[in-house]
Write a protein that binds this ligand. Structure first.
Ligand SMILES: [Zn+2]
Length: 226
């Protein structure tokens, strides 16, 4: 992974953040930050979730061990995803660490249900269990976007925040198509965040934040802003 530094830039709409490549001094595009997050999440899916669930299926580990190791992976992937949207672990504030903790606790509750379903036999240990386990790693993308939205709200108090979705070419679920490019007020229930649509945690769409002024003019912060 390349060395990035987190830099703060002043814009007409307040402070924004960008990653900068330490070697070249150039700003890093949102697409490459997202690309790295996607690779990280996919790797955790293969190397943690899939591997652990196959070991459980093959009787190499018992259910409590599986659950403990899965919980560790859930914590790592969600913490890293929130960190990626906060300028890296070393730049996380207490608020951001708390937000990551809240997301992780929510995932632990789902994981306990998953373990209970395996124990009762409601969840057979076949390919579906492997896919269900991998979804816990994929959910890291949703944590990244949740931090981006909350971080913008923290950075721009009193502003009317807006959000819009930019469709990833591979995403063709109904909601990803319908929402593409349209602005919504932050918190509008008509706007379904990335990770909560039909394509669920596999959604690779991007979210752009913006502000609306008193005349109703919307200014997007750009897809590379944090
Ligand atoms: Zn999508």
């Amino acid at each position: 992974m390349p060395e990035y530094t987190w830099s703060t830039i002043q814009t007409a709409r307040g402070e924004q953040h960008r990653y900068r490549d330490t070697a070249t001094g150039r700003y890093v595009s949102a697409a490459s930050v997202r690309g790295e997050l996607d690779r990280f999440v996919d790797k955790a899916g293969r190397e943690s979730a899939r591997a652990l669930t196959e070991q459980l299926r093959d009787g190499k580990i018992a259910l409590p061990e599986w659950q403990t190791a899965m919980a560790r992976a859930v914590k790592n992937v969600n913490y890293a995803a929130v960190a990626a949207a906060s300028g890296g672990v070393e730049n996380m504030t207490a608020v951001e660490r708390g937000r990551a903790g809240g997301i992780i606790r929510g995932q632990y509750a789902y994981l306990r249900q998953f373990a209970a379903d395996i124990e009762s036999g409601k969840q057979p240990l076949d390919g579906r269990a492997v896919r269900r386990a991998e979804m816990y790693m994929q959910a890291g993308r949703g944590a990244f976007h949740a931090q981006k939205r909350a971080g913008a709200a923290d950075a721009m108090p009193g502003q009317r925040l807006m959000v819009r979705s930019h469709r990833h070419r591979g995403d063709s679920c109904r909601t990803c198509i319908a929402l593409n490019g349209k602005w919504f007020a932050m918190g509008d229930p008509e706007y379904i965040p990335v990770g909560h649509r039909e394509c669920n945690v596999s959604c690779r769409c991007d979210e752009e934040l913006g502000t609306m002024d008193i005349d109703g003019i919307i200014t997007g912060l750009g897809r590379s802003s944090f």
